[in-house]
Ligand binder design. Structure first.
Ligand code: AMP
Ligand code: ZN
Length: 139
């Protein structure tokens, strides 16, 4: 389950070197080359999945636990006060590398604002319509 043209397949499987913070049979966790903060890491499965919708159950069942392990180690080693998990699906969502990955972004006291948005003000009616529409599309 590899894609010959995928850079994250090559990194995850050790063909291209990267600063690795964790590795097992199924995952490699590396430092991002364009970090949002000091220690920003990416969790890469060794198998190729384009995004979350393509991910198999075995892999997806392990990703959150691994993110917690990395986040815990970051708090101990880097002294960050918290961390964000970010996982982009699709170009419109900011995905630029189409091999599933989860960002683990350390957050430091007094650090810059990020992963934030202006809260909207939907009406109760709008929320009801939207929730019904999504509920109906669930498989
Ligand atoms: P996304 O926008 O969610 O697809 O995130 C892709 C991330 O991969 C970005 O944060 C990039 O900085 C990072 N990135 C791209 N190429 C490399 C690479 N060769 N090694 C490490 N990080 C990379
Ligand atoms: Zn890949």
């Amino acid at each position: 389950m590899r894609d010959e043209n995928c850079i994250f397949c090559k990194i995850a499987n050790g063909e291209i070197p990267a600063a690795t913070v964790y590795e097992d049979d199924e995952f490699r966790v590396i430092l991002d080359l364009g970090p949002a903060s000091k220690g920003h890491a990416l969790i890469l499965p060794k198998n190729h999945f384009a995004d979350l919708l393509a991910l198999d159950e075995k892999t997806s069942s392990k990703v959150l636990g691994l993110a917690a392990k990395i986040g815990r180690a970051m708090k101990k080693s880097l002294g960050c006060a918290g961390f964000n998990l970010v996982q982009n699906n699709g170009e419109a969502a900011g995905q630029t590398v189409f091999h599933f990955h989860m960002h683990v972004i350390p957050r430091y006291e007094g650090g810059p604002k990020m992963v934030s948005w202006e809260p909207g003000k939907p009406s109760g009616e709008e929320l009801a319509e939207l929730s019904e529409s999504i509920r109906e599309a669930l498989e």
